[in-house]
Design a protein around this ligand. Structure first.
Ligand code: NAD
Ligand code: DAU
Length: 352
């Protein structure tokens, strides 16, 4: 039985969908339901014994220890995190609490539980830490892409907190022998992406007739990966990754932000044209830059391909078109998220 944390968020909920659609076994989904966690992301998925949803915090030692024992957990996949760079700039405290303290507690519980296992159950146990390319810092225009050997040079409170948690994960392997795996992935996009991040924010604003805010000159480069490709990569690492190893995951898809938003506008022009016949790109507006904004990320994903045979399936064009269609078909989900209505549902549902 798998313990997944943060499974009501963007990537976690896509992972649960991917897991069940590829014949995965039962799992426990532990999520604190912060502003980013939305139980609606899990609608239509198996529930009950197949998929036990637990509303709780990864930093709650008693709860986590209890879940590990009660469900005889064989692997932990840690998605739970505060994930938004801009929020970390405005208020880093929650990032320190969940990303560092939370991961530390999860590791402590995992270590205690794993130490009590024996035989195959002990040797096959895994702790998979879902991390980010942002821990490697920022690249110059001609620098080679990040490999697993790059130094950690995080620049934002978010990436610093993720780097700290990755170091703890590494230390628990080195010191205690806990069989850990770490994945460092680039920017994801796709269904259920919270509309605070660039792509879903621009889809929402475009359709609402609002400005599409581009930070600075819009020439910051990110590598983009369709979320379901990230999910399949994590499954591969969980199945075949070597304990103690780090695997970079990326889409071989470097793009400046302005190009991303222009491509998005072109797809929207095609899929849902403006009533005045003009292009959504006319809504692009340059705004003040993000403080300390990293200029370029790029991922060298050759290790996961060579060792585990994983490559992304979607191109940026196919993945982005699927994403736009999903947002057009799920305007009610977006409306509820933007209005905060889903939080009322959480309050009612979990009142007891
Ligand atoms: P998200 O913000 O959409 O979801 C995070 C989820 O974690 C939410 O459901 C939230 O309720 C839950 N959570 C937060 N604090 C918790 C706690 N203390 N205990 C239990 N649950 C808690 O994030 P995401 O974009 O889905 O990212 C998931 C993971 O992947 C994060 O670790 C992030 O650093 C990493 N990552 C994200 C990207 C990306 O592009 N989004 C890329 C690489 C890596
Ligand atoms: O690289 C992986 C990371 O990607 C993950 O670890 C993070 O959890 C995830 O949030 C994402 O971080 P970014 O900061 O790259 O994502 P975001 O969508 O916030 O921004 C993407 C780029 O677009 C970035 O260069 C900032 C820029 N941007 C963002 C917003 C929200 C804008 O120009 N305008 C905007 O309004």
């Amino acid at each position: 039985m798998l313990l997944l944390t943060g499974g009501a968020g963007f990537i976690g909920s896509n992972f649960v969908r991917d897991w069940f659609s590829t014949g995965g076994g039962p799992l426990v989904n532990l999520d604190k339901l912060t502003y980013a966690g939305n139980p609606r992301n899990l609608e239509g998925l198996p529930a009950g014994a197949q998929h036990a949803f637990i509303h709780g915090d990864i930093a709650d030692r008693d709860l986590v220890s209890d879940l590990l024992e009660k469900h005889g957990i064989s692997a932990i996949v840690n998605f739970a995190a505060e994930s938004h760079v801009d929020r970390s700039i405005h208020g880093p405290e929650d990032f320190i609490q969940t990303n560092i303290v939370g991961t530390f507690r999860l590791l402590e519980c995992a270590r205690a539980y794993w130490s009590g296992l024996s035989g195959d159950r002990r040797s096959s146990f895994r702790f998979l830490q879902v991390s980010t390319d942002e821990v490697y810092g920022s690249l110059g225009p001609n620098d080679p892409a990040f490999t697993e050997l790059n130094r950690y040079e995080p620049n934002s409170p978010y990436s610093a907190s993720k780097a700290a948690s990755d170091h703890l994960v590494r230390a628990y392997h080195h010191t205690y022998g806990l069989p850990v795996l770490t994945t460092n992935c680039s920017n994801n996009y796709g269904p259920y992406h919270f509309p605070e991040k660039l792509i879903p924010l621009c889809i929402h604003n475009a359709l609402a007739g609002k400005p599409l805010p581009i930070y600075g000159d819009g020439q910051q480069v990110r590598d983009w990966l369709y979320v379901r490709d990230h999910c399949s990569a994590i499954r591969r690492v969980l199945e075949g990754g070597r304990p103690g190893e780090v695997y970079n995951i990326g889409g071989w898809n470097e793009k400046p932000n302005l190009d991303v938003v222009r491509t998005l506008c072109a797809i929207l022009d095609d899929e849902s044209p403006r009533t005045d016949g003009r292009s959504y790109s006319e809504q692009i507006t340059f705004v003040k830059d993000r403080p300390g904004h990293d200029r370029r990320y790029a991922i060298d994903a050759r290790k996961i391909e060579a060792e585990l045979g994983w490559r992304p399936q979607e191109t940026f064009e196919t993945g982005l078109r699927k994403t736009v269609r999903w947002y057009l078909d799920n305007s009610e989900w977006v409306r509820e998220v933007v209005s905060g209505e889903y939080r009322n549902w959480i309050a009612t549902h979990y009142a007891s």
